[in-house]
Ligand binder design. Structure first.
Ligand SMILES: [Zn+2]
Length: 339
């Protein structure tokens, strides 16, 4: 039996908007379990307890762990009153709307109420006995793709002032360091809250070369987690996708990255190898196994290429929605059994 771990992501819907049909989820999971040696399923985040009761029973009967997928500094504002990130002019940053269920609106990570929001949402809408752990997504500032690169609300501005940082577009490194500490400190509190409920923790992070722009210190975050998943989305033209984020970064900074250089799988494999060397927990790179026309144009060869590229990782996460994965893509994932 291979020690290479295979995790599957399933998207049930957002906090509001359309939700996946529980019968479709059950059928898709049965098909995937019959085909693949899944160790873990990450599922979320429609607040519909019945879906997770059903999933927990189905997966635990087959020895598969279940993690609840949750957004931390995005989306929570639809269920709680949260203070948004403000740009340098004091305006609310415009959210990027991926689809009817996912808006990429962002909330300030220094506001204590925002830090508690996802814990209180969990308490109100979910049952800890249905899950082995939580998988925390959107643990970051908005990226340049949101047209903002941080929060400049009065509370954040006071933190910059106290550090003697007068942001003028030149001292990026000092600015980045303060922001990564803000995110790491917030996550320390949030992870402790979930641990107190008896839950394990998985973390969703950007590819290492993009983390400065969103405030993620991967080595520090890895000390809080049971596993960490870099989003190595080389074919995704949407937030967290490498081509998409590179484009946004280039436009904001008026520079030009060679897209091919940063999206080829040799480069991605080196990024993951670096993470494995510096992280305190297992590293499971995530790549797109779903196919969504115009957003994630993947094919079986890409999936096999990713598995080969990441064969020295601790495992992989088949991202980001089983319900959009063609059968031939799941069959391509069977290569994982031989790694
Ligand atoms: Zn703020």
């Amino acid at each position: 039996m291979s020690t290479f771990k295979l995790t599957m992501q399933v998207r049930t819907g957002g906090f509001t908007g359309p939700r996946a049909d529980p019968a479709d989820i059950e059928r898709a999971l049965d098909d995937a379990l019959d085909l693949l040696p899944l160790q873990r399923v990450i599922i979320g985040w429609a607040p519909e307890p019945g879906i997770y009761k059903q999933t927990a029973a189905q997966l635990r009967a087959r020895g598969v762990e279940v993690y609840l997928w949750l957004p931390v500094f995005s989306e929570v504002g639809v269920l709680r009153s949260c203070s948004p990130v403000l740009d340098t002019t004091g305006q609310r940053a415009a959210p990027y709307q991926l689809d009817a269920t996912e808006s990429f609106d962002f909330y300030c990570p220094t506001d204590p109420d925002n830090i508690q929001a996802i814990l209180s949402i969990f308490d109100q809408y979910f049952d800890p006995t249905d899950f082995d752990g939580v998988f925390l997504d959107k643990i970051r500032y908005p990226s340049f793709a949101n047209g903002a690169f941080g929060c400049f609300c009065p509370r954040c501005q006071a933190i910059f002032d106290a550090a003697g940082l007068s942001f003028n577009g030149h001292n990026w490194q000092d600015f980045f360091e303060i922001r990564t500490k803000i995110i790491s400190d917030a996550l320390t509190t949030i992870c402790a809250g979930f641990r107190a409920k008896g839950l394990s923790i998985g973390l969703d992070v950007f590819a290492p070369f993009l983390t400065d722009s969103v405030g993620q210190d991967i080595p520090t975050l890895s000390t809080l987690a049971d596993f960490i998943k870099p989003m190595m989305y080389a074919r995704t033209n949407a937030p967290a996708g490498l081509p998409f984020e590179l484009d946004a970064l280039d436009q904001a900074m008026n520079i030009t990255h060679d897209q091919e250089e940063y999206t080829n799988l040799d480069f991605c494999a080196k990024q993951v190898a670096w993470m494995k060397a510096v992280c305190a927990c297992p590293v499971y790179p995530g790549f797109e196994v779903n196919r969504i026309q115009g957003v994630a144009d993947t094919d079986p060869e890409y999936i096999k290429g990713c598995l080969t590229a990441y064969k020295d990782a601790d495992g992989v996460v088949a991202s980001w929605n089983l319900l959009d994965m063609p059968r031939e893509h799941l069959e391509a994932l069977k290569l994982a059994e031989r790694l």
